[in-house]
Structure formats: C-alpha cells, structure tokens
Design a protein around this ligand. Structure first.
Ligand SMILES: [Cu+2]
Length: 168
C-alpha cells in the first residue's frame, strides 16, 4: 500500500469480496486493545466477527472508551487501571473508530471481518495473505486520513499474486 509520500503505515488491508459462501472457524482467543501512556495499542487492528475483543488499561487514570459503529451496537465504557471489558462484534464493518472521551488524542481503528484474510501494514507498507484459496478477489485497504481504496486480483493455482494499492 503506497501513498505519494511513501509506504502506507498502519493501513488495514482485507479481502473485501470473493470469499462469499465460505466459512472459517473463529478464534476463541481474544484480540487485546490496551491503553498505555494515553495511547491505544495497537492503533489499527483487525478482529473477526464473533471473536472477543478484550479492552484493557494499564494507565493510572480513567479512560472512557467509546465506540460508535454503524453495523454493530455502540458501547461506552469507563475503565480504571487494570480493568478490562470484553466486546464482540456481530457484523463485518471496516472501519470502526474507537476513542477515549477523556483524552481526545486517543484513537484506535478496528476492522471487523468474517474471515482470516486481513493484515495491518508495517513501515514498508507491505501485506500478505497466506493460504488465500484460488479465486477472484477485491482487496480493500483503509488508511487513517486517506479512506478506502480497493483493487482486483485473480489467483490461480499454484500462482501467487501481488497487488499494489495506491493513494493519490
Ligand atoms: Cu483516555
């Protein structure tokens, strides 16, 4: 994933279409969203539909975690140090903003998908989906402040494919 300024860091990349009719086991292990030093960690992440999201706090202050999705129920939780809450999203939704009402700089973004083929780019902007079955796919990307992009890729066995998503 690229921008005019170089690789896109923290882009959420996922299979947007092409997996219809397939189902995948959902991990029972929670994804953890922590709050440390007035930041959400990780800043951008993915979770599966039905997979627990465990929100924790290691800060000696109160945080108020507010989530206002469109396809999923809202929540609004106040957490003291070492408290946690567990939430489960029931519908796919890319992207959902999570913020802290008490600290306006605190934001996190979660992509909720119903399959395991998603990734968050590192500093090199790269992503990889291992084990994606052959097929025709639309790959979507979301990057903070840049919005959504998508591209098409066709995977035929035993080929692998590469796709570059570019923000202007
Ligand atoms: Cu806070």
């Amino acid at each position: 994933v690229k921008t005019p300024y170089g690789p896109a860091l923290n882009a959420f990349v996922y299979v947007k279409s092409g997996l219809e009719g397939r189902s995948f086991g959902v991990p029972a292990e929670p994804v953890v969203l922590d709050q440390r030093s007035y930041e959400f960690i990780p800043h951008v992440f993915g979770v599966r539909v039905g997979q627990p999201l465990r929100i924790t706090s290691g800060d000696p202050t109160l945080h108020n975690v507010r989530c206002t999705p469109f396809e999923n129920p809202e929540f609004n939780e106040t957490l003291a140090m070492n408290e946690s809450r567990t939430k489960v999203f029931r519908a796919p939704e890319v992207m959902i903003e999570i913020r802290c009402d008490l600290h306006p700089n605190m934001k996190a973004y979660v992509g909720v998908v119903d399959h395991p083929f998603f990734a968050v780019t590192g500093p090199d902007g790269a992503f990889e989906f291992r084990g994606l079955p052959p097929g025709e796919y639309t790959i979507g990307a979301w990057a903070e402040g840049r919005g959504l992009r998508s591209g098409r890729i066709s995977l035929r066995p035993p080929e692998t494919g590469t796709l570059t998503l570019v923000y202007d």
